[in-house]
Design a protein around this ligand. Structure first.
Ligand code: ADP
Length: 603
C-alpha cells in the first residue's frame, strides 16, 4: 500500500514524529494500515436524518445559530462540524472526533463539532458560549489517551475543545530551576527536542509512546519510567479556566510577580498559600488547564537491564524481592515486570501467525515462539534501571544480583548483550526520558489492534500480585483474550496494567472486551482493589467502587461540580461525575449494564 509519509514534528505540526524517529514512524504507519480491515461506512444520521449529531436537549435550529455565533468569534477554520466520515487513522494521525479505539459503535461517543482555541482568552470565550447555549464541551490536549477513550466525549454530541492544535507553545525552559512551563499541545516528543536544543543537561519523563500531551497525561495522572515518573507529582503550578469562564492561577502563580510578571517561584514551590487545589483539576471536570509547570530531572548516568524468569511459580517471590529494592531506591525509577505474551507481541508477531484457535494462545505456544528470541523460554521479564555514576551503579547492580540470587534461573541481560534493534534498547531510552514509538508494536497482535486497560492499584506484595493475576487470567480465559499484564512498581504500590488487546473491527469481540473488563472491575473491588484510571465508558462503574461511607467521595465530588459548574457544561460524566442537569436521567452506566450506546434509551 502506498501511504503518504507520517507527519513530522514542526512548528506547524506539533503532534508529528521527530525526524530521529521518522523511519520508525513510517514502518509503524505501514503496519497499522496493513493490519486494518475496517471499511469506511456511511455515517449514522441523527434522529432528524441530519449530521452532525446534536448535543442533548437542543434543537437543530438553536444548535446551528449557536455554531454560527461561535464561528464569528473564533474564525471559520477554528470551528469544524463532525459531519464527515469518521476515520480511525493511526497513532500519529488520530481523530479528534471520536474514540479511535471504539468499544461501542464508532458512532456512539462522538462530537458534534471540534473547536480550536488559540489562547486562554479564546478558551474563556468558548466556555461562556457553552454556558449561554447549555452545550457540553469536552477538553482534550492531544486526544491520544488511547485505551481510556482517546479524544471521545462521554456525552454524545458534545463539542470537543482541541487545545493542542493551536496552544502548543513551550513557554519556558528554565535550566537553573530545572523546570518548564507548557501549553496543552506540547507532546513528549516536542518537549524532548526542545530540551535537547536548549543544551541544558536535563531529562524529561515520558510515557511508553511519546506522542501524548505532557499536560494531558499529568491531568489523567499517567506515569513514566524515570525517577520523575509520577507526572502529576512532578508538576508545579497551573493556570485553569473554570466552567463559569473565570481564570485562576494555582500555587505561587496566584501571587503576581513584580510589575505584574509571572511569579518567579511559580515553577519552584507547588503549594502556594491556602488550600491546595491542583488535585481537583485532575481526573475531573472542574476546569480547563491552559498552562502547567513541570520539573525536569537533572541528567545523570544510568543503566537499564532486563532480568528474565523461567518459572511461573517464582512470581510471588520476584515481587517480594523487588519491594525493598524499590523502597530503598536501589532501583531509582518505576521498574516494571511484564508477562511474556506482551514481550512476544512487541516483536511484531501477530496472533494469527502462531495460533489458529479462537481463545487465548496456549502458554506452550507462546513459550515455543519465545525460544527463538534472545530472552528464550521465559514467563516474566523485569525491566529496571540504576542511576548515578559508574561506581554507585555497580554497587546497586551487586545489591540487585544478590537479592535475585535466591531464584536460580534469574538471568540478567544488559543492553550490550542484545542487537541494536532489540526491544531492551527502547526500555533504555524510555528509562532516561527519550520518547519512542516502539510500544505501538504489540497492538498488531490483533487485526485492527486496539486496547482497553484494566489498571488496579495493588500493594507491592507477592500474594496480592498473584491474586490479581489469577483473577485476570480467569476472566481473560472466560472471554477469550490473551493475557498481557505488566506491574509498574513504585515503592509502596504497584500499578497493575492489564491490557485487553481486541479487534475493533469485530463487534462480538468488542462486546466481550467490555464485558471482560467490567467483570474484572467488579472482581477486584470485592477484594478491595481499585483502578487508578479508567476508560470514559467505565468511569461510572469505577467511581461507584470508591463508595466508603455511603459514597461520601461522590457526594463531595458532586457538591464541587454543582458549585463550580452550575450549568453542567464541562465534560459531563467524566470520572463518573455528572452535573445536576444530567444526574439520574439514565446516563450513568454501572457494572451490570451491558448497553451498547451511551445515550439513554438508544439501542
Ligand atoms: P494525551 O493525548 O496526553 O493522552 P488527552 O488530551 O487525551 O491526553 O487528555 C487526557 C485526559 O485529560 C482526557 O480525559 C481529557 O479530557 C483531559 N484533559 C486533557 N487536556 C485537558 C485540559 N487542558 N484541561 C482539562 N482536562 C484535560
Amino acid at each position: 500500500m502506498l501511504l503518504p509519509p507520517p507527519p513530522t514534528l514542526s512548528e506547524h505540526i506539533p503532534s508529528g514524529a521527530p525526524v530521529r524517529l521518522l523511519e520508525d514512524a513510517k514502518a509503524s504507519k505501514e503496519r497499522f494500515y496493513n493490519n486494518s480491515t475496517i471499511q469506511e461506512k456511511p455515517r449514522d444520521k441523527d434522529d432528524d436524518g441530519l449530521l452532525p449529531v446534536l448535543p442533548p436537549d437542543i434543537t437543530r435550529n438553536a444548535f446551528n445559530n449557536a455554531i454560527a455565533e461561535l464561528t464569528k468569534s473564533l474564525g471559520e477554520p477554528n470551528v469544524v462540524l463532525t459531519d464527515k466520515p469518521l476515520v480511525d487513522g493511526w497513532y500519529l494521525e488520530h481523530p479528534n472526533t471520536h474514540d479511535a479505539f471504539h468499544v461501542h459503535s464508532r458512532e456512539d461517543t462522538i462530537s458534534s463539532a471540534t473547536v480550536y482555541p488559540g489562547s486562554t482568552e479564546e478558551v474563556q470565550t468558548i466556555v461562556k458560549w457553552a454556558n449561554k447555549h447549555l452545550i457540553p464541551i469536552y477538553p482534550i490536549s492531544m486526544g491520544r489517551n488511547l485505551g481510556y477513550g482517546g479524544a471521545a466525549p462521554r456525552v454524545r454530541g458534545s463539542i470537543v475543545m482541541d487545545l493542542g492544535k493551536r496552544m502548543n507553545k513551550i513557554l519556558k525552559i528554565d535550566g537553573d530551576n530545572c523546570s518548564c512551563l507548557l501549553e496543552p499541545g506540547v507532546t513528549y516528543f516536542a518537549l524532548y527536542e526542545a530540551v535537547q536544543k536548549s543544551g541544558y543537561p536535563l531529562w524529561i519523563d515520558t510515557t511508553d509512546v511519546g506522542g501524548g500531551s505532557v499536560l494531558g497525561n499529568a491531568l489523567d495522572r499517567g506515569v513514566g519510567y524515570t525517577p520523575y515518573g509520577d507526572h502529576f507529582g512532578n508538576h508545579c503550578g497551573m493556570e485553569v479556566v473554570l466552567p463559569t469562564g473565570d481564570i485562576v492561577r494555582l500555587g505561587m502563580g496566584a501571587l503576581p510577580g513584580k510589575d505584574n510578571t509571572d511569579n518567579p517561584t511559580w515553577q519552584s514551590f507547588q503549594y502556594g498559600y491556602g488550600p491546595y487545589s491542583d488535585g481537583i483539576f485532575t481526573q475531573s471536570n472542574y476546569g480547563i488547564v491552559t498552562k502547567m509547570g513541570f520539573w525536569l530531572m537533572p541528567a545523570t548516568e544510568h543503566l537499564t537491564f532486563a532480568i528474565t524468569f523461567a518459572r511461573e511459580d517464582d512470581f510471588e517471590r520476584i515481587i517480594d524481592i523487588i519491594r525493598p529494592l524499590s523502597a530503598q531506591r536501589v532501583l531509582g525509577n518505576v521498574p516494571q515486570i511484564r508477562h511474556v505474551t506482551q514481550e512476544l507481541a512487541v516483536t511484531g508477531i501477530r496472533k494469527k501467525d502462531i495460533y489458529a484457535g479462537d481463545g487465548p494462545v496456549p502458554e506452550q505456544v507462546i513459550r515455543e515462539h519465545m525460544k527463538a528470541t534472545i530472552y528464550g523460554d521465559v514467563t516474566w521479564i523485569f525491566y529496571a534501571t540504576v542511576y548515578g555514576p559508574k561506581d554507585s551503579r555497580n554497587t546497586s547492580i551487586d545489591v540487585v544480583r544478590k537479592a535475585f540470587s535466591v531464584i536460580p534461573d534469574a538471568k540478567f541481560i544488559f543492553p550490550d548483550d542484545v542487537p541494536p534493534d532489540h526491544y531492551l534498547h527502547a526500555r533504555v531510552a524510555i528509562a532516561s526520558g527519550v520518547p519512542m514509538l516502539t510500544d505501538l508494536d504489540w497492538l498488531h497482535w490483533k487485526s485492527n489492534g486496539s486496547h482497553l486497560a484494566f489498571s488496579p492499584i495493588s500493594p507491592v506484595d507477592g500474594k496480592d500480585a498473584r491474586k490479581l493475576y489469577e483473577m485476570v487470567q480467569k476472566r481473560h480465559g472466560e472471554f477469550g483474550f490473551d493475557m498481557m499484564p505488566a506491574f509498574c512498581i513504585a515503592p509502596r504500590e504497584m500499578h497493575f496494567i492489564d491490557i485487553i488487546c481486541y479487534d475493533r473491527g469485530d463487534e462480538d469481540e468488542k462486546r466481550r472486551a467490555i464485558k471482560c473488563i467490567r467483570a474484572m472491575i467488579a472482581d477486584a473491588a470485592k477484594e478491595g482493589y481499585g483502578e487508578y484510571r479508567t476508560h470514559i465508558l467505565l468511569s461510572d462503574q469505577v467511581a461507584a467502587t470508591y463508595n466508603w461511607n455511603n459514597a461520601a467521595l461522590m457526594r463531595l465530588n458532586e457538591t464541587l461540580k454543582d458549585a463550580l459548574d452550575p450549568n453542567g457544561i464541562l465534560a459531563p460524566g467524566k470520572a463518573g461525575i455528572w452535573p445536576k442537569r444530567f444526574r439520574e436521567k439514565g446516563w450513568e452506566i454501572l457494572g451490570d449494564d451491558d448497553r451498547t450506546w451511551t445515550v439513554p434509551g438508544k439501542i
